[in-house]
Structures are given as C-alpha cells and as structure tokens.
Ligand binder design. Structure first.
Ligand SMILES: [Zn+2]
Length: 552
C-alpha cells in the first residue's frame, strides 16, 4: 500500500491531492495495461473500482445483487457532492443517467470504456457531476464475463481480444431478452436497484455488432417499440442521435450511424434495424417513457479502436445529457402526465401495436463493405469481404410502426389466481390494485381462435402466440381479483406486458397455467391448436367502482 497524506491534512489539501492523484496514481484498465491484448476479469473490475475509490474518485461502489455463480453485480454511483439516494438526486435537481456495459459478456469494450470514463470523471470530466448523477454497471454479466474462452469460439466475428467471455449469463439466459419475464438475477437486481429505484432519465446499453460489414466504427439505436410514449423516444431518435453523429465525426473523426443490417450482403436493398419488442433493455426503457441509447461498436474494428469509439460516444452522450438536462426532464414529465391522462380516458386513448412492421426515414447513403460471392459454392459458404467501402443509396429502416393495433383500455382485470403475474408486475414497478369486493361490469374479453406454442424453445420457453376476437361481455371480477390501471406513468408498459395478442407476458407463457393448457400437454397434436376459449385477462372499459387496495 502506498502512503496517503489524506488523513493528515485539511480538506482543501485533500481535494487537491485527490485530483493530483487522478493523474498520477489512479489505476489503468486491464485493456490499457496489456496494450489491448486482454480484457478485465470480474476481479480486475472490482480491484480497479476499489483503487479508484481509494484514490479519491467521487464514486460509491456497491452491487445490485449477486449473480448465479456468486459474483457481485457492481453498481457504481458517481456524484459530487456525494448522493446516496434517489430522493437526494431529485432534491439536487441533477439528472440520473445509467450506463450498462457487458450485458453480452463477450462484447467487452464497453466494460473497458466505462472504467476509463469513471477515472476521467474523477479528473478532467468531473464537471459532468454538476448536472448529472452517473450510475454505471461496468460488468453487468459477471458470470458470462469470467467464462473466458477463445474469441474465435465465443465471438467468431470479432477482432480481439484473444480471450473473451460468453454471451449468456450464469443461468444460460440472454439478458437482453429478459426485460419482460425478469428471470435472471441481473435483471431482477437492475430493476430493483436501478430502474425502479433511481428511475434513470437516460440509459445506455453497450454492445458489439454481430458481423455485418459496414463502414462505421459504431452504430446506435433509440428505443424501437412504438407502444412507448412518443416524446422521449423521438427526442433521442431525431435530436440526440443525429447531433452525436455529427459530433463524433467532427471532433473525433469517428464515423457512426444508425444500427442496422443489410437484407442481402451481395445486393443490399435496405438497411434494417433490429427487433422492436420490450424484451430488449433499450426498448424496455422506451416503454417506461425514458430515454435510452443502444451502442454497438463495430466487431471488425480492433479492440483498442472499439474501446476508444465506445468511450467517445458515451462521453459525448453524458455531455449532451448534462447540457440538455432540463429538456430531458421536461419531455419525460410530459410523457408521464400524458400517459396517465390517456389511461384515465381524459384524452383520447391511443391505438397501440400488437404487431409491427418496419418503417423508414427515407433513402440515404449507407457505407458498406463491398462483398463478393464465395468461389467455394459447394458448402453454402458466406460472401467474402473485399476491403472496399462504398456508399449505397438504401432505405434506412430505423423504426417500427404499427401493423395491428388495439385501443389502450382503462386497465386489465386479472383473476385472483394470478399471483405470479402480479409479483412480476410489481418487479416492474407497476401499480396493481386488489379488489376488496366483487365488481360486475361490461368488459372486453378475448375469445381465442388459436393458441399456438412455438415448437422450439426460446430462452427456455415455448413462446405462445394468442389470437382471437374481442367481444364485450358482462363479467364479475371477484373479491381478490386484480385490476391493473393504465392511468399511471407506466400505462403503456402495462399494455405491452398484458395485452394478450402482443409480445407481452402471455407470449412468455405466464398465463399458460391459468388457461389450463401448456405446450407440453398439446405437443402430441398439431402444435398448439386448442379449442377456442376465453383468455383470462379482461380489458376494462373503466376502472372498477368498488374499494381496492393498492399493493406495495
Ligand atoms: Zn450484444
């Protein structure tokens, strides 16, 4: 241990020493120490954070839970002066932002970039903390991170480092498909300790692309689920991201663009973004009416370049958020208010998606690597890269629009037996009421015409597609049944989770037991076809007028 004068001298000197220490003694990341040949283990991350804290960095290191294999899931709160609770953050008027790295633990540059940024926040970037409280999960998937293996195996389309972790977490789950069903300790921890607790105004999720060859060092995306409140998402998509693209080009000469893949590498006809559903973290935050940005460093760029561009992108997002904190807060408050009014029927109820199609912002030049056919045609070999970049005029399909919609109801009735669904809704921070006495009213029920379970498992589930006809029926919700109002800031998330025909909890089989049917029971038949029946979730035309008790 090095001797520190901090304990002997007064506070003024302490501050100066701490800042001096930043330049002289604060730690280097594993990537930096190895000249970008290696990435940090979970223990390296812990040691780096300890060392930062000991060197006087304005950070508090805790964890948001424990992974399946027993690692702490680090959560760093950077604030100056120190803020330890969301209440203090609100009172300070500062904007809370959340940066999450390494959710897919082979995609490691975010982890190295945010550690370097935390060190800079202790030094030259400390002014950010005048406007922001910065929460960082530098190694969100610690079990996956430490499952080191050859990059050629774990991340075949990635340019180093040599040893990287695996995509899945310690439960073998893809954490970026877990945001609705919330099965992993990482998701549970982040919802409890970050999302519902701190309610960050902006989230970033840091990834690496999966191989499409293009001409950008990093690609990005806003929330994509059109169910979410419009204001925050369109601000990110139409204001923040175009501004950042310009800044990264002008200030760093780093070309960045919207995330996408081509339909056909040999003859590209469109540039298409990824899936819209809220199972993905960024889309999930959009459903909550919050801003979020996906960052995908280019997998074919070398490791050092990927760390650098991810670092620069995150740093510029933080700068932007600090500069526009008031706008961001206003837009999100408006979204919360508007969503609540819609659910209460005080403004027209919107029609929201249960099915989606790609939408475009128009034709633009997209820089791609020219590909040529593989001369080895015998083995269905992939096209070959030529090393030549070319601008193609392509439709940039950067968003989704509704293809089938349902009107937002006043809420949903769930039977008294839906305890597990209710517990899950509470994890999401959704307000749920229990009826103290029976309530009879006209509701919308869904007469299912088909329940189709997918024959193949996805993330341990046979996904269920529900389709049917909505009918108005008089029904009695018994005492002990639940009412989930859409007249709350999370009203659109409620729709996304509970509308039976969409991609919500019904899709994940959360109502299979209540239907009295599940994949296994029907696997001997044509997959999934069961006789029409009434789905156990009813759409309310108005809130119940009997006493209810709000669950806490
Ligand atoms: Zn990823």
């Amino acid at each position: 241990m090095t001797f520190s004068p901090r304990n002997l001298l007064g506070p003024c000197f302490l501050l100066a020493t701490a800042r001096l220490g930043v330049a002289q003694a604060l730690p280097r990341t594993t990537a930096e120490r190895t000249n970008y040949l290696a990435t940090s283990t979970d223990a390296d991350v812990g040691a780096f954070l300890d060392s930062l804290a000991q060197g006087g960095a304005p950070i508090a290191v805790s964890d948001m839970g424990t992974s399946t294999l027993g690692h702490p899931i680090f959560l760093v709160v950077a604030s100056d002066p120190a803020i330890t609770t969301p209440g203090e953050a609100a009172a300070s008027g500062k904007l809370v932002v959340y940066i999450q790295a390494n959710i897919h633990a082979g995609e490691v540059e975010g982890k190295e970039a945010v550690l370097a940024l935390l060190r800079e926040i202790a030094g030259p970037r400390r002014a950010l903390l005048q406007r922001l409280v910065v929460l960082v999960a530098p190694n969100y998937n610690p079990d996956g991170n430490d499952a080191f293996g050859p990059q050629a195996v774990n991340r075949s389309e990635q340019n180093g480092p040599e040893q990287v972790g695996q995509r899945a977490d310690g439960m073998n789950l893809d954490l970026n498909r877990d945001y609705f069903k919330v099965e992993a300790p990482e998701t549970r921890g982040s919802l409890a300790q970050v999302v519902t607790r701190w309610d960050p105004a902006l989230m970033m999720d840091l990834h690496t692309t999966d191989g499409t060859r293009h001409g950008y060092l990093l690609t990005y995306a806003p929330p994509l689920d059109p169910i979410g409140p419009v204001g925050p998402t369109s601000y990110v998509r139409d204001q923040v991201l175009p501004a950042l693209r310009k800044t990264l080009q002008e200030r760093y000469h780093e070309p960045i663009f919207d995330y996408g893949n081509v339909d056909d590498p040999l003859a590209p006809k469109s540039w298409d973004t990824y899936a819209p559903v809220g199972w993905y973290g960024i889309n999930y935050m959009g459903l909550r009416g919050r801003m979020a940005i996906l960052s995908e460093a280019y997998s074919h760029a070398d490791f050092k370049t990927r760390v650098q561009v991810t670092h620069d992108f995150v740093a510029e997002v933080l700068d932007y958020a600090a500069l526009h904190a008031d706008d961001i807060r206003r837009i999100e408050r408006d979204a919360d208010r508007q969503t609540t009014l819609e659910g209460a029927g005080q403004v027209p109820r919107p029609s929201l998606a249960v099915a989606y199609k790609l939408g475009t912002r128009g034709i633009e030049p997209v820089t791609l690597e020219v590909m040529k056919p593989n001369s080895d045609t015998s083995k269905n070999a992939p096209p070959l890269a030529t090393g030549t970049l070319r601008a193609y005029q392509l439709p940039v399909n950067d968003r989704f629009v509704d293809s089938v919609t349902r009107t937002l109801p006043a809420g949903y009735f769930l039977p008294a037996a839906s305890l597990d669904v209710v517990a899950l809704l509470r994890r999401h921070g959704v307000a749920v009421e229990r009826l103290e006495s029976a309530w009879t009213d006209t509701v919308e029920t869904l007469e299912t015409s088909e329940l189709a379970w997918a024959p193949r498992e996805f993330q341990g589930h046979h996904l269920l597609a529900v389709s049917g006809t909505a009918v108005r029926s008089v029904r009695t919700a018994t005492a002990g049944a639940y009412f989930v109002s859409t007249a709350q800031p999370l009203g659109r998330l409620v729709f996304a989770l509970l509308e039976p025909e969409g991609y919500g909890l019904a899709r994940w089989g959360m109502f299979d037991r209540l239907i009295g049917a599940e994949f296994g029971a029907y696997s001997g038949l044509v997959y999934g076809s069961v006789p029409a029946r009434e789905f156990p979730v009813w759409r309310a035309l108005r809130a119940p007028r009997v006493p209810t008790r709000l669950l806490h």
